[in-house]
Design a protein around this ligand. Structure first.
Ligand SMILES: [Cu+2]
Length: 189
C-alpha cells in the first residue's frame, strides 16, 4: 500500500512539473505580447504656415509611463526656433492662429521646460543648422497618449515659431509668428 501511494505521488510531481513548464512558457509569451501592446504612438505632420518653407514631423511614443517626443524640421531658417504644444488641434488658419494659445492644463506661467513654472506645452527650442534642418528630443512623465485629459497630447497642435523662446514673456515667450503647424493624432499600430 505504501509503495503504491509513493508511485502516485511521484507521478503527480512529474505531471505537475510538465504542466507547470507548459504554463510558464505560455505566460511568458503572453507577457511579451501585452508589454508591446501597451506602447502607444502618435504623430503630428508639420505643414508650412505664414508663407514659410518649414515642414517636419513630431513623433510621440509612450512606453513605461513616459512619453518621448522626437521633432525633426526641414526648410527652416538657420537659428533657434521655439516649439510648443498649443491647445487646439486646428491648423486651418494660414498663420496658424487657429491653434490657440499654449497648452497649459496646469494653469501656470510660461517658462522653460523642467524649471517651474512652465506650461506643459512649453517644449523648448530647436537649433536649425545652415542646411535648414533641426532636431529635438524630449522624454517626460507629464504627458500621456490618450490618458487623462490634463496629460493627453492627442488633439493638441505642435507649433514651430519664427523666433526663439525667451522663456519669460507672458504667455508666449515672444517667439514670433507660427511657421509650421501639425495636429497630434494617434497612430495605428
Ligand atoms: Cu507657441
Amino acid at each position: 500500500m505504501k509503495k503504491i501511494v509513493g508511485r502516485l505521488v511521484v507521478a503527480g510531481i512529474v505531471a505537475g512539473i510538465l504542466a507547470g513548464g507548459c504554463y510558464a512558457a505560455g505566460t511568458s509569451t503572453k507577457g511579451k505580447k501585452s508589454a508591446k501592446g501597451h506602447d502607444k504612438k502618435a504623430v503630428a505632420v508639420l505643414q508650412s504656415k505664414s508663407d514659410s518653407h518649414v515642414t517636419g514631423k513630431a513623433a510621440f511614443h509612450e512606453s513605461n509611463g513616459k512619453v518621448t517626443l522626437d521633432v525633426t524640421l526641414e526648410g527652416a531658417e538657420p537659428g533657434q526656433h521655439a516649439v510648443h504644444l498649443h491647445e487646439k488641434g486646428d491648423c486651418s488658419a494660414p498663420d496658424g492662429a487657429s491653434a490657440g494659445g499654449h497648452w497649459n492644463p496646469t494653469h501656470e506661467d510660461h517658462g522653460k521646460w523642467g524649471t517651474a513654472p512652465f506650461h506643459h506645452g512649453d517644449i523648448g527650442v530647436v537649433e536649425v543648422g545652415a542646411d535648414g534642418k533641426g532636431k529635438l528630443e524630449l522624454t517626460t512623465d507629464l504627458w500621456t497618449i490618450g490618458g487623462a485629459p490634463e496629460t493627453d497630447v492627442i488633439g493638441k497642435a505642435v507649433i514651430v515659431h519664427a523666433k526663439t523662446d525667451d522663456f519669460t514673456t507672458q504667455p508666449t515667450g515672444n517667439a514670433g509668428g507660427r511657421v509650421a503647424c501639425g495636429v497630434v493624432e494617434a497612430s495605428k499600430k
